[in-house]
Design a protein. Structure first.
Length: 257
């Protein structure tokens, strides 16, 4: 691992329960000398990725800037924001865009019909790896060896799950065959979620998931089958737009100056 990689790994020390850290905590957590940990945080502060607060460190303003750029230019959002809004308005449900990266499930965008709605797992907060419709879809579409590695490293020996490899394989296979996942009460009591994968057309590559989530009372007014089809259609439309956008950019690049 390069020095740059080690320095950037300092950012992994921060989380929902560790928003402020001192140099000693970072050094101990990463197995570094205090001098090396201090050098890393100093460079991260100079780049804006960390900020110093009363002798401790927290995430810096560059993170906010990067977040703004992601929300503006992320292909899932730039190509799907109006589709997401349409799904939210049509169903009256909360709509989530979620992605899988580095073993984490993250909601990157939420559109809610109720501006006062509260979310136990809001934008940017990691979700459990295999609970909730978004997570189950994103994990289920991971490919062979990666799926098995996820099971053995994060699920097999966890008290949060009660799966054997056989039962886990059956659940993930069923989700892939159905093309969607529906869950009840897994992340919040009284909530139902329906999620579908956003698959790049012509490939097996999963780009993310889109989910419609709401309370039991909301779903009682809707046919689950209708919501499933709307969610799957939204996923397909977003994926098709991404491919079309990529094609347009490639064509533009080929044009003579």
């Amino acid at each position: 691992m390069t020095s740059l990689s080690k320095m950037l790994n300092v950012l992994n020390m921060f989380g929902p329960n560790s928003l402020l850290l001192d140099v000693d905590s970072i050094a101990d957590g990463m197995g570094l000398s205090r001098a090396t940990a201090y050098r890393y945080v100093k460079e991260l502060c100079e780049s804006g990725l960390l900020s110093r607060v009363d002798g401790q460190y927290t995430l810096g303003p560059r993170i906010i800037e990067l977040d703004w750029m992601m929300r503006r230019y992320d292909p899932l959002l730039s190509n799907g924001r109006d589709i997401i809004s349409e799904l939210c308005k049509t169903t009256g449900l909360n709509v989530y865009i979620s992605v899988f990266y580095d073993g984490h499930i993250i909601n990157t965008y939420i559109n809610s019909p109720d501006t006062e709605a509260g979310f136990s797992f809001g934008r940017g907060q990691p979700l459990p790896l295999f609970k909730g419709a978004q997570s189950k879809v994103l994990v289920s579409y991971q490919k062979g060896r990666k799926l098995k590695k996820l099971f053995h490293e994060a699920i097999e020996n966890s008290d949060e799950y009660d799966f054997t490899w056989k039962s886990f394989s059956q659940v993930t296979r069923s989700i892939r065959q159905d093309g969607y996942c529906i869950t009840h009460d897994e992340l919040n009591s009284g909530l139902t979620g329906i999620a579908a994968p956003i698959i790049k057309p012509g490939t097996e590559d999963i780009l993310g998931s889109i989910a419609a989530v709401g309370g039991t009372s909301s779903f009682q007014l809707l046919r689950h089958e209708a919501v499933i089809e709307l969610v799957k259609s939204a996923a397909n439309r977003i994926a098709a737009r991404i491919v079309s956008s990529d094609s347009d950019k490639a064509d533009a690049a080929d044009q003579p100056a």
